[in-house]
Design a protein around this ligand. Structure first.
Ligand code: PRP
Length: 216
């Protein structure tokens, strides 16, 4: 059976901590799906009564599912949204998963402006754009996780990464050197599905906005 049924609202949720918070918010305004809270490995869960299907997606893949219409809408961190370059509508800032993208390096690090800066990151596009705007020559070292290891082992000079509490940096004798941008979770929509399902998507967006207002 093909997924992404046309009569349902198909929502890509990031798996993990952010996804749990986002699901709780959606459930609160009537888009619940009790299978979400059951410990299983299902990646597609639906509730015919409320008319929603949730797809549980790796956070960095949400934007591509939505851009290509495999999901109508989704929730994604602004960082991965920018990094992906996905052509989607950004409907709402959910204010969840707040953190920042920053340049970090060894505490007391002094940059040698005369040589190419080696930057370890999973955010290659964000890093390139940031340094291009400052006319700084860099070499990107693309990593997929535990980015903080790179300057410790001399693999890079600095890192461009997410900083939330700052404890990963502190515990590894690293510090924020420059702030690049603040981040939070965004509700996004596929551009053509938005037109087909405008009423439902607008109503969900309004419901989320009202719910968020209560806690602000
Ligand atoms: C992220 C990020 C930092 C850490 C920042 O890693 O890459 O390592 O969280 O959080 P903090 O400021 O609260 O310490 P994540 O947990 O996603 O794992 P990863 O290293 O595999 O990317």
């Amino acid at each position: 059976m093909p997924q992404g049924k046309p009569d349902m609202l198909n929502i890509a949720l990031p798996k993990g901590r952010l996804g749990d918070k986002v699901y709780a918010l959606f459930a609160q305004i009537g888009y619940d799906c009790e299978l979400y809270n059951e410990a299983n490995r299902k990646l597609v869960i639906s509730n015919e009564e409320t008319g929603v299907s949730y797809f549980l997606v790796k956070p960095s893949d949400v934007a591509i599912y939505v851009e290509r219409g495999a999901a109508d809408i989704g929730v994604v961190g602004k960082d991965t949204l920018i990094e992906s370059g996905a052509d989607v509508y950004e409907l709402l800032d959910l204010g969840l998963g707040k953190c920042r993208v920053a340049v970090a390096g060894p505490t007391g690090y002094r940059e040698d402006r005369g040589s190419t800066l080696r930057v370890a990151t999973k955010y290659g596009n964000i890093a390139k754009k940031y340094y291009a705007s400052r006319n700084r020559d860099i070499e990107i070292i693309k990593l997929n996780g535990s980015i903080e290891l790179a300057p410790i082992l001399g693999l890079s000079d600095v890192i461009v990464d997410i900083v939330e509490t700052g404890s990963t940096l502190r515990e590894n004798n690293l510090a924020v050197l420059e702030e690049i941008m603040p981040i939070s979770a965004r509700l996004i929509a596929n551009k053509s599905e938005y037109k087909f399902k405008k009423e439902r998507i607008d109503s969900l967006t309004a419901g989320l906005r009202a719910e968020l207002e209560k806690t602000r």
